[in-house]
Design a binder for this molecule. Structure first.
Ligand code: SF4
Length: 319
């Protein structure tokens, strides 16, 4: 939402979410949902898993929504696979909800639904073909296009993001919380999870939801965060090389930290390989700043308060 505009000559970091909805519909897509709503579900599940790992002493807990990072662990540090969070990434979470909850609600045979994700990298194409992602024999996501590939299709069809009229994404998965939106920037996944973990542990919402210490493009960010009686040692990592350093540290001291977010791309998905080029530190800063601005302005800034979650958990998953 804060990068594709660059492909159409719009200022770096300009937010084009609603223009994108109209443009995608013009390509002939029936419904446009927002992957950040999937992120709200991932956050809520992840926060629960994090707390469980913390209480049972089976930590630390690693983020798992970057498929490049997951592959890196599988190939190079398989002994740490149990530390990876099992919650599905936002695109797979949303695809799964579309082909189960939404298909049932709309009385559509999920076999007749084609889900296309717009993603920041090619790694996400590999993620959706992992066998364990299937639900009742169906892939939650059928195709993945990178940001640049979508821009190519739009241009080919003479659809210009600069001039198109904006429109809103569709219900019930069209309105993400601020926590879901900041997933795209390094530190965003953990910040979102922490907002919800705080609620799950204390029964209260954080007064100041913005955890700015975890933001930015620095290679390794360490922070001690107090939740109730507990102090959480959190690490947020940019780039695989830095992740390797932290895994080596963990081998020497298993209590070194409680949780670690890793994004293979520096700056997080806003700097992904499928994003518009050029991508440099200054451009990534603008893309991230726009995500945080969206979050600041949102009425709902906590994943667990997204009404879509309440609807699915109360009326579907627990029924
Ligand atoms: Fe893809 Fe990079 Fe985001 Fe990982 S951090 S999901 S590799 S864009």
């Amino acid at each position: 939402r804060t990068s594709i505009g660059e492909e159409f000559g719009l200022p770096q970091g300009e937010v084009v979410t609603e223009k994108l909805v109209s443009a995608i519909k013009k390509l002939g897509v029936y419904k446009v949902f927002d992957t950040s709503v999937g992120a709200d579900f991932t956050t809520t599940e992840e926060a629960g898993e994090f707390i469980e790992k913390l209480r049972s002493g089976r930590g630390p807990c690693f983020s798992s929504c970057c498929p490049s990072w997951v592959k890196y662990i599988e190939f190079n540090y398989p002994e740490f696979i149990p530390n990876l969070c099992t919650s599905r990434s936002p695109q797979v979470m949303l695809g799964g909800l579309i082909k189960t909850f939404w298909a049932e609600k709309e009385k559509i045979d999920p076999k007749n639904i084609i889900v296309v994700s717009i993603m920041p990298c090619v790694s996400k194409k590999d993620e959706v073909r992992r066998e364990e992602m299937k639900i009742d024999g169906l892939w939650p996501v059928d195709y993945v296009l990178t940001t640049r590939e979508l821009a190519y299709f739009l241009k080919k069809n003479k659809i210009d993001l600069k001039t198109i009229e904006p429109s809103e994404a569709d219900d019930p998965f069209g309105r993400p919380s601020g926590a879901g939106v900041i997933y795209g920037a390094s530190g965003g996944v953990f910040e979102s999870a922490l907002r919800t973990a705080y609620f799950k542990i204390t029964g209260k919402n954080l007064e100041n939801v913005a955890i700015k210490e975890l933001r930015g493009q620095e290679g390794i960010k360490r922070e001690e965060i107090k939740i109730g009686e507990k102090t959480i040692k959190a690490v947020v990592v940019n780039g695989i090389k830095n992740a390797q350093k932290m895994l080596e540290e963990l081998k020497k001291n298993p209590k070194s930290f409680d949780t670690m977010e890793v994004m293979a791309c520096n700056g997080g998905c806003i700097g992904g390989g499928g994003q518009p080029v050029p991508t440099n530190a200054a451009i990534k800063k603008k893309r991230a700043a726009s995500l945080y601005e969206i979050d600041d302005k949102k009425e709902v800034r906590l994943a667990h308060e997204n009404p879509a979650l309440k609807e699915v958990y109360v009326n579907y998953l627990t029924s």
